[in-house]
Design a protein. Structure first.
Length: 282
């Protein structure tokens, strides 16, 4: 059995505290014998848990950080790689951030155009992914600004809104009293099967024997993107919430020549059932 003086001397020699030395003795280590101490430490190293290893790494990292001098810490963050240093931070604030983002989006678009001209599908995929990320970030920023602007706008007074509801209800009452009708239930009382049958009859009467599901929406988006080439504005116009989805579905859906021909389709110059309105001067 060891005395307190012997344990204290051994603990000082091995660089451990006295309680740690006593614990090692209880675990069967003879701290006064180098071979027994070495075998005990090797076995203890093998039995370490992941938590103990993590604690030791954290402790070593903290001790290393404390030993670093101010001069060495200032040089510890030197630019890696080929020795080139980053430019200065530049302007700060939301306006400067928006300018940098718009510049990045324009650069990404030029890179995409160059990749499309080169024909390398790997380069096209990389340039397209980066440009879509920039465009999606800009779209979300525009949406956030627009939402904040609408929330900050002055709403109509409550009295005006109440009067509008009252006048609308009175107009409906007079219309029903004169022309008949009902105020409860569906506006159109046809069943879904009857509506589907009537739509089919109208299509056949118009010579449309096959109708593409959401064909008008797809036609508009494809021809608009081919002519204007502004994916962000098309997302807002169509009500989509993803630039990536819009790009994958409508990019190269048609040619620019066909798109110009499509948008050149206009109604006749004079229509009998249209009431003309004069444009007020601003």
């Amino acid at each position: 059995m060891y005395s307190r003086l012997e344990v204290a001397a051994c603990a000082k020699r091995i660089g451990k505290s006295v309680p740690t030395a006593w614990r090692w003795i209880r675990e069967g280590c003879r701290i006064d014998e180098p071979r027994s101490l070495k075998a005990f430490l090797i076995a203890k190293q093998v039995k370490r848990t992941n938590i103990e290893k993590s604690r030791e790494r954290r402790s070593e990292s903290n001790q290393k950080a404390q030993r670093i001098s101010p001069e060495s810490s200032a040089n510890a963050f030197a630019a890696p790689g080929n020795g080139q240093t980053l430019p200065s931070a530049g302007k700060r604030g939301a306006a400067a951030a928006l300018e940098r983002l718009e510049a990045a989006e324009e650069s990404a678009h030029r890179r995409l155009q160059a990749a499309l001209s080169g024909g390398d599908r790997f380069a096209i995929a990389d340039a397209q992914d980066f440009w879509l990320k920039c465009s999606e970030t800009l779209r979300r920023l525009d949406l956030a600004v627009e939402t904040a602007r609408r929330e900050a706008e002055t709403q109509i007074p409550l009295r005006v809104a109440q009067d509008a509801v009252t006048f609308s209800a009175e107009w409906l009452r007079i219309a029903i009293a004169r022309c008949g009708g009902q105020t409860l239930g569906k506006v159109i009382t046809y069943a879904e099967s009857e509506l589907r049958r009537r739509r089919k009859a109208n299509q056949i009467a118009a010579g449309l024997y096959r109708w593409v599901h959401q064909g008008m929406r797809h036609t508009f988006c494809s021809n608009w993107l081919a002519l204007h080439k502004d994916i962000n504005k098309l997302v807002l116009l169509s009500g989509h919430d993803s630039v990536d989805t819009m790009w994958r579905h409508y990019f190269k859906g048609t040619t620019e020549t066909d798109a110009r021909a499509f948008w050149a389709i206009l109604p006749p110059g004079t229509i009998e059932n249209v009431v003309p309105f004069s444009v007020p001067s601003v």
